[in-house]
Design a protein. Structure first.
Lengths: 286, 382
């Protein structure tokens, strides 16, 4: 029994992070109907900036945190200006290929600066609590708490703020929204900025649990994409739940089926979902 | 000046430059170095390159070998077997090196040695400890500059059992290095009629070991045999701490690089592993380690004498002596000389040489991590 509970705890934490990174896919897909394959690498760059900033301070610092988020936003703005802004009206394939290219550039720039894995500074003042044979690390608690807070804020943004409503309007019908006076290209920038920020937050949360390394974006990006598909790429809470389902399945599969083929189990779930209900658990068939 | 004259002058200039180029190339002895300089093996590859370059510099400062300068030709293979084969082909056929001293990762070397065997080029590999690298039919050109897992496992398993541990769990990388380590340690334990309680595995590059560790914890072992390299090893040590698993880790030399301590922090204290070198063995070893650290102070990757030594000794000992003995850099002559030369590495109590299988003969050094350093606790010939 404690094996099951321990696996669930680990699965919840890593699943929450997949969900967070997956939100980046969801937000951009909802606004523009394109998949941003650089999202995994955005997560990695965010983690890297956090690593550099917090290592300099040797502990958590609000100033560094805000600075890293602003940097993430600026990277998003620059990428839209240089690349995506010119092609987001093009077909999906063009965008997909361009985003893969952006991802490769990000990965290799960081690779040149930091070629080997690094331990993240202890920003959560890590402690391990035990309840009988179950061990809970405070890092996991932080991950879950922050992810829930972020989801709540995002939902409030999309349903209670003017900008959020404007973005939902653009997602429903771009041309009509434009005719009604909504600045569509502004919403494109906002979509990428939000997606960069949630990816960066995921990167900072995961840093202390695993190490930072320049190649961490690829696998996490794939899994986050799977999470978005499983939960429903058009739904914000759906994406988070998709992440948790993926994380828990991965952990339980690793314990009860095979640890070596943990990743295969996760992707098998993706393939199953695409075959049975491609819009995801919480997706509405269009 | 007419066009003809300009063209003729141009051709002559280019011809002279290429002659100068060829003349220069004829002069230097080219040593190929191939290893992971990026990715999870980067710490090893970069430290080994430092040792390699230091030896090359010192030999050149002393007038070179056979009156010729040594030149290091360096290629990164990211520790990936597929990339490594093409990288080796580039070294052998394009760069046309005289010998390859390098290689990291059993899986990688087991893939790339074939290129040297086919081309007839001596290869002193310094990064793969799977015995299959040299123990095979018709091994003509490959020499193992580091002690293989079979020998390391004999010594480590003896130490572990002598310390009183009986209930072992194994966690190993599913690549050739991890599987080899697992098999050799199993053989080592079998001498004492012991078997591991549970064996789990992971993929090179994995970050999360929760599922494997939960299963291992359930089996209630008193020691963990860990067969893999330092990044995953450090992550495993940290995740073990988070799951309340506080028994010691035993391993081969895959964990004997200082980056394991840097990444793992407090969690890796008490790890016992084999290593190829320790600065604490003698005044000579300490002096060398200091010299190396001075030379590479401030490099992006922390200088690590344990790892750098492997490359340094390969160049400064068997390679240098073999070329001197052969009196030339003819590949066959150097290979034959490598089979004969003897030397003694700093800190060793016995003479070192390559045996019939081209495996190195030396004492295994066993270290334990205490207060952030690798402290020798035993030194024996397996």
């Amino acid at each position: 029994m404690e094996v099951l509970l321990q696996a669930l705890i680990g699965g919840l934490a890593v699943g929450a992070i997949y969900g967070l990174v997956a939100l980046g896919f969801t937000i951009i897909y909802r606004s523009l109907y394109v998949i941003n394959f650089a999202q995994g690498h955005v997560f990695m760059v965010g983690s890297f900036m956090g690593f550099v900033g917090f290592s300099l301070m040797r502990r958590f610092s609000v100033a560094v945190f805000i600075f890293v988020l602003i940097a993430a936003a600026m990277i998003a703005i620059v990428t839209v200006f240089l690349v995506y802004g010119k092609i987001h009206r093009a077909d999906h394939l063009t965008f997909a290929i361009a985003s893969i290219g952006v991802g490769i550039i990000m990965e290799n720039i960081v690779r040149m600066i930091c070629p080997d894995p690094r331990a993240y500074p202890d920003i959560f003042r890590e402690k391990v609590y035990s309840v009988g044979d179950i061990f809970i690390s405070t890092q996991y608690i932080w991950v879950l708490a922050i992810t829930l807070a972020l989801i709540t804020m995002l939902q409030l943004f999309f349903y209670k703020t003017k900008m959020g409503k404007a973005m939902r309007a653009v997602s429903e019908d771009r041309d009509m929204a434009s005719l009604l006076g909504i600045n569509v290209s502004y919403t494109v920038y906002i979509a990428f900025v939000i997606s960069s920020i949630v990816g960066t937050m995921g990167g900072i949360l995961i840093g202390p649990i695993y190490f930072f390394s320049f190649d961490m974006g690829f696998m996490t990006g794939l899994k986050a994409f799977s999470a978005a598909i499983i939960g429903g790429i058009m739904s914000v809470p759906g994406t988070l739940i998709g992440g948790i389902i993926l994380g828990v399945t991965e952990n339980l599969g690793g314990v009860y089926v095979s640890s070596e083929f943990k990743d295969a189990i996760a992707f098998a779930l993706l393939i199953l979902m695409l075959m049975v209900k491609p819009t995801g658990i919480f997706g509405k068939a269009k | 000046m007419s066009i003809k004259k300009v063209l003729l002058t141009g051709v002559i200039v280019i011809f002279c430059l290429s002659c100068a180029g060829i003349a220069h190339a004829k002069k230097s002895i080219r040593i190929g170095y191939l290893a992971a300089l990026t990715g999870p093996g980067a710490a090893f590859g970069i430290n080994m390159l430092q040792g390699h370059n230091m030896a090359v510099e010192e030999i050149n400062a002393g007038g070179g070998l056979l009156g010729r300068e040594l030149e290091a030709v360096v290629i990164d293979d990211a520790g990936d077997p597929a990339q490594s084969v093409s990288a080796m082909m580039k070294l052998v056929y394009q760069e046309k090196v005289d010998i390859v001293i390098g290689g990291w990762g059993s899986a990688t070397v087991l893939a790339n040695y074939k290129v040297c065997e086919k081309a007839g080029l001596p290869y002193i590999e310094i990064g793969a400890s799977n015995p299959r690298v040299t123990r095979r039919q018709n091994n003509q050109w490959t020499f193992a500059g580091l002690q293989n897992d079979e020998k390391q496992a004999m010594v480590i398993s003896k130490i572990a059992v002598d310390m009183g541990y009986k209930k072992f769990a194994f966690l190993h990388d599913s690549n050739d290095f991890g599987v080899g380590g697992r098999d050799e340690f199993t053989k080592g334990l079998a001498r004492y009629h012991l078997k591991p309680l549970i064996v789990e595995s992971y993929q090179f590059g994995d970050k999360d070991f929760n599922s494997q560790l939960i299963k291992i914890r359930r089996a209630r072992p008193d020691a963990l045999g860990l067969f893999g390299t330092l990044v995953e090893g450090a992550a495993i040590a940290i995740q073990m701490e988070k799951l309340g698993m506080d028994f010691p880790i035993f391993s081969m030399a895959g964990l004997s690089n200082y980056n394991y301590i840097k990444l793992g922090g407090r969690a890796v204290e008490g790890t016992i592993c084999a290593t190829h070198f320790s600065r604490h063995l003698s005044a000579e070893t300490e002096a060398w380690a200091k010299r190396y650290e001075e030379r590479y102070k401030g490099s992006a990757v922390m200088p690590d004498p344990n790892t750098a030594w492997l490359a340094y000794t390969a160049v400064a000992n068997p390679f240098k002596r073999a070329v001197k003995l052969a009196g030339s850099i003819d590949k066959k002559k150097v290979r034959d000389a490598l089979r004969k030369v003897r030397w003694r590495e700093y800190g060793q109590n016995i003479d070192n040489h390559f045996d019939k299988e081209h495996a190195i003969v030396k004492e295994t050094i066993v270290v334990r991590i205490k207060d952030g350093d690798y402290i020798p606790i035993a030194q024996e010939k397996p």
